[in-house]
Design a protein around this ligand. Structure first.
Ligand SMILES: *Cc1c(COP(=O)(O)O)cnc(C)c1O
Length: 365
């Protein structure tokens, strides 16, 4: 009989949990990938065997997110953080403006890079409220002449998430969806571009997915090094240079797992149930646990909260660690507690954490 596999309750913020079934399939295929006599890492990125892996991953991205014809799917490197710079490099001139909606640390980093290339400004910000909420559509100030509007769909550090997206009309909307892509259906046509580092919901770190409307690629600046132009990657089906082949293989396998789980509707339902378990424990605690995000801005991916006094909070974190809950410490810039419960974190882990929270309060409340 097979030994029981020990899997941690992995609440890491990123890199984060991957589906066990995907890891096991990768293990099975590792040394002899589909009768090639070598691992997927050892295949030429120009081989038919790898191209199949690559194109299947692109096709699965397209079908799961219902990506319209006029968009391209690119696999890049450099993480979401390189996109903070590539976006203004490609779409700004020294005098052009771009509107950044500020909802946390990632938006701040994106804005800082844009300042090097044009005149970005804040279209709205909830920084004064310690980023407890997503601004309402009424608060957004952007101009028809802006090169684009930029938003961060989920804020890992503060635990907030957009539940619906503004319609920016003719102004291209660009979304950093690194930490909630594929967690629910999204109307891609509202966006001119979506980007995401893979390591939260899509696979291992090393791949960055870019979904970009073709007219954006055409209008982008030409005076950039090849690797920094979207057009280079688009013309070469993201095979201009050696791509992160193993990461793309894993991404494809994670997308297959999402399909087998029932697609994005089903994943969204599961994510709501998982987050509900923990938010309910916070809401029913009568102030013992204090959520950071305002209820209508709550993230289904990162649940952020504090324990009512600091000594108890230290004890809570220490006991959580002892009980095998990994990664529950809040981000170093905010403190407190955070459970990151991306797609691949099992319902059972969320349930076990809820039970732990209830028990801790019963003993210490
Ligand atoms: C994790 C994260 C990033 C950083 O991604 P890297 O791939 O490490 O550069 C950027 N934006 C958001 C919204 C994230 O969640």
């Amino acid at each position: 009989m097979k030994e029981q596999i020990r899997r941690a309750h992995n609440f890491n913020a990123g890199p984060s949990a991957l589906p066990l079934a995907v890891l096991q399939k990768a293990q099975e295929e590792l040394v002899d990938f589909r009768a090639n006599g070598m691992s997927v890492m050892e295949l030429s990125h120009r081989s038919a065997a790898f191209e199949e892996v690559h194109n299947t991953a692109i096709a699965k991205m397209r079908s799961l997110l219902s990506i319209p014809e006029e968009y391209e799917v690119l696999f890049l490197q450099g993480g979401a953080s390189l996109q903070f710079g590539m976006i203004p490099m490609n779409f700004l001139q020294p005098d052009s403006t771009a509107a950044y909606i500020m909802t946390g640390a990632w938006s701040e980093k994106a804005l800082e890079d844009a300042k090097l290339y044009g005149k970005p400004y804040e279209a709205a910000s909830t920084k004064g409220e310690n980023y407890r909420r997503i601004p309402s559509f009424d608060e957004l100030r952007y101009q028809p002449t802006d090169a684009y509007v930029h938003l961060t769909s989920n804020n890992t550090i503060f635990g907030t998430q957009w539940s619906s997206f503004p319609d920016t009309g003719d102004v291209p909307l660009i979304g950093d969806m690194s930490s909630d892509i594929m967690s629910k259906p999204v109307d891609v046509s509202k966006f001119a571009m979506i980007y995401a580092g893979a390591q939260k919901n899509l696979g291992p770190s090393g791949v960055t997915v870019v979904i970009i409307r073709k007219d954006m690629i055409e209008r982008a600046n030409k005076n950039l090094p090849a690797m920094l132009r979207y057009s280079t990657h688009s013309k070469n089906n993201s095979l201009y240079n050696t791509p992160p082949t193993f990461g793309i293989y894993m991404l494809g396998e994670v997308l297959s797992w999402i399909e087998e789980t029932g697609g994005l509707e089903q994943i969204a339902k599961r994510n709501e149930e998982k987050a509900g378990l923990i938010y309910d424990a916070i809401d029913a605690s009568q102030g013992f646990y204090v959520g950071h995000a305002e209820p209508n801005s709550r993230s289904l991916m990162n649940v952020t909260f504090r324990v009512k006094d600091e000594t108890l909070e230290k004890q809570f974190l220490a006991e959580a660690k002892k009980e095998g809950f990994i990664g529950v410490n809040g981000h170093r810039s905010v403190g407190g507690c955070r459970a990151s419960i991306y797609n691949a974190v099992p319902y059972e882990s969320c349930l076990a954490f809820r039970e732990f929270m209830l028990q801790f309060q019963k003993v210490n409340g």
